[in-house]
Design a protein around this ligand. Structure first.
Ligand SMILES: Nc1ncnc2c1ncn2[C@@H]1O[C@H](C[S@+](CC[C@H]([NH3+])C(=O)[O-])CC(=O)[O-])[C@@H](O)[C@H]1O
Length: 326
């Protein structure tokens, strides 16, 4: 079963402590309520991870992970690789666990590089990462000095991948809880930094999501928002008529100018765009650890500037903003 206690005990010692029991209850409810058909298989994969003493852990290199004191014997390395492969598809990373390099669908380290030097330093901060996937960026946040990182993601497989990595890194100052933003206690607040990356366009009511994020921050706290954007002025918002790059659940893709207005309307100040990048097929691609289709399969074969549906190909912006003091 998923062990939540070490993190929640640690959280109980911070100013967020009052919400620790409610988060425990919400996570347990989700785990029993949503008993995923594959959960048993994933738990078996976790249980089959071999015991290997850790010599060093790496949080500040592109590949998050750990190294053993000596290179693993061939059979042990094979055992580890096979247990990790049972948690396929690995979307966010890369990770390197005792010499096994998990080459994930996304080079999530590229996104981290784009924002790491622009955000308010994370030293001593209480951080929330909503829609955190398997927690890759959370590890980088700890590496950057965060005091505590709470990641939430309702996709149980990603929670299991986090637990596989933490089986070796053994930290109690980071967690990925199996929660959606709507499962969070409505009074929860006080984070110094909240990350919402790759989430906004999946929400049918994006302004409600921005309101949620504002509420979760302490006054003056920083939002780090990463989302798909379209070209155009403040009146431009793309609403895909059906799928977008193969995804059924993409609802609103604002222009950067419209996004700034959304943020201001939702009580954020100091809105600052720190990056705009087109997502390339080098950043998101099929690998041995994610063998399904990826971005290249969703672009127009005759024009890489368009998706298969004839919409502008994915471009993402990273925006910083502060919760106003009101
Ligand atoms: N209501 C919800 N509440 C919380 N999480 C959700 C919800 N709905 C979906 N998710 C989760 O949000 C994540 C979106 S991926 C971004 C990962 C990471 N942040 C990244 O920036 O690489 C998108 C992308 O691939 O960019 C998935 O893990 C979902 O399970």
């Amino acid at each position: 079963m998923i062990e939540l206690q070490p993190f929640l005990t640690r959280m109980a010692r911070t100013r967020l402590g009052a919400w620790s029991p409610a988060l425990t209850a919400a996570s347990r409810f989700r785990l029993t309520e949503d008993m995923h058909g594959d959960l048993l298989r994933w738990e078996t994969a976790l249980a089959e991870l071999p015991n290997i003493p850790v010599e060093t852990i790496q949080l500040n290199s592109a590949a998050v992970g750990c190294q053993p004191a000596q290179p693993l014997a061939h059979e042990l390395a094979q055992e580890l690789r096979e247990a990790l492969q049972r948690l396929h598809p690995w979307r966010k990373g890369p990770f390197s666990i005792h010499g096994i390099d998990i080459d994930t669908e996304w080079r999530s380290d590229w996104k981290w590089q784009r924002l790491a030097n622009a955000i308010a330093p994370l030293d001593g901060r209480l951080v929330l990462d909503v829609g955190c996937g398997n927690g890759y960026h959370g590890w980088r946040m700890l590496g950057a000095g965060a005091e505590l990182v709470l990641g939430i993601d309702p996709t149980l497989l990603f929670v299991m991948q986090f637990l596989a990595v933490n089986r070796y890194l053994r930290r109690d100052d980071i967690a990925v809880l199996p929660l959606a933003t709507t499962d969070l206690p409505p009074t929860l607040t006080g984070f110094d930094t909240v990350f919402s990356m790759g989430m906004l366009y999946h929400r049918r009511a994006p302004l409600n999501h921005l309101e949620e994020l504002r509420r979760l921050l302490r006054p003056g706290g920083q939002l780090v928002l990463e989302t798909l954007v379209c070209e155009g002025d403040e009146r431009q918002v793309l609403v895909p008529p059906d799928r977008y790059a193969g995804m059924r659940n993409v609802w609103f893709i604002p222009s950067v100018a419209a996004l700034k207005i959304w943020l201001q309307r939702c009580g954020f100040v100091g809105v600052q765009v720190i990056d705009i990048s087109r997502t390339t097929v080098d950043e998101q691609r099929t690998t041995e650890w994610m063998c399904f289709q990826s971005l290249a399969d969703q672009l127009d074969p005759a024009n890489a500037m368009l998706t298969r549906e004839g919409l502008p190909a994915p471009t993402r912006a990273i925006v910083l903003a502060e919760r106003s003091e009101r």
